[in-house]
Design a protein around this ligand. Structure first.
Ligand code: DGI
Ligand code: FE
Ligand code: FE
Ligand code: FE
Length: 188
C-alpha cells in the first residue's frame, strides 16, 4: 500500500465525514494545480490530505494538545483559535503520520494565513483549500477557481482579500500574517 492510501485510510477513521470529504477535495485539487504549475504532485497530495488533520479536536482540546506537545502559540493564535489547527496539524503530520518533508510541513503551517513569498507548494495548498469543489460558492470563488490555473499569485491576492473582507464583516480579528499575505500578493 502506498503512503497516500495508508494515510487516507487512517484519516477516514479519524475525521468526520464532512471534513474527510473536504480533505480529499483539497488533495485532488492540489494534485491538479500541481500538474498545471509543474509542481511535485506527491507532495501536493500529501499536504492536501493532511492540512486539516489538527482540526478534528475542539478548540479546548487543540489548546491542551499544544501544551502537551510544547507547541508554542502566539498571542494572535490564542486570540483567534481558528488558526491553531494549522500548527497542531503540522506537529501531528510529523509525529503521528511520520511525514518529515519540510516543504510539506510548511505548506500545512501556512495554509490558513498564507504568508509573503510562498513556495509553489504553499500557494497550491492555500488555494486548493479555498477552491476545492466542496466549498460552497461565494461570489469571488468562481473567479479564484478560474484564475488559479493561469495565475496562482493573483488567485492568492483574491482569496486573501476576500478572507479579510469576510473577517471584517463578521467583526473578527485579523492575524497580521493574513494582512501581509494580502499586501504582498496585491503589490506583485
Ligand atoms: O480549515 P478550513 O476551514 O478548511 O480553512 P482555513 O484553515 O483556511 O480557515 C479556518 C478558519 O480560519 C476560517 O473560518 C477562516 C479563519 N481565518 C483565516 N484567517 C484568519 C481567520 N480567522 C481570524 N480570526 N483571523 C484570521 O486572520
Ligand atoms: Fe484549515
Ligand atoms: Fe484557507
Ligand atoms: Fe481546509
Amino acid at each position: 500500500e502506498d503512503i497516500i492510501t495508508g494515510i487516507q485510510r487512517k484519516l477516514e477513521k479519524h475525521l468526520r465525514p464532512e471534513r474527510y470529504r473536504h480533505t480529499i477535495g483539497v488533495m485532488y485539487t492540489a494534485a491538479s494545480l500541481s500538474m498545471c504549475h509543474k509542481g511535485n504532485m506527491e507532495k501536493a497530495m500529501l499536504a492536501g490530505l493532511l492540512h486539516d488533520c489538527g482540526k478534528e479536536y475542539s478548540i479546548k482540546e487543540q489548546k491542551r494538545l499544544c501544551r502537551e506537545y510544547k507547541i508554542p502559540l502566539t498571542e494572535s493564535e490564542l486570540k483567534m483559535p481558528a488558526l491553531i489547527h494549522a500548527k497542531l496539524g503540522t506537529y501531528l503530520t510529523e509525529h503521528e503520520y511520520s511525514i518529515e518533508d519540510s516543504e510539506v510541513l510548511n505548506a500545512i503551517t501556512y495554509h490558513t494565513t498564507g504568508k509573503p513569498d510562498m513556495t509553489l507548494l504553499e500557494k497550491i495548498i492555500y488555494i486548493a483549500d479555498y477552491i476545492e469543489p466542496g466549498r460552497i460558492a461565494i461570489p469571488v470563488l468562481d473567479k479564484v477557481r478560474y484564475v488559479a490555473f493561469s495565475n496562482i499569485e493573483e488567485a492568492v491576492a483574491l482569496s486573501a482579500g476576500s478572507t479579510i473582507s469576510y473577517l471584517k464583516k463578521m467583526g473578527r480579528d485579523i492575524d497580521p500574517m493574513t494582512i501581509k499575505t494580502y499586501e504582498y500578493y496585491t503589490k506583485k
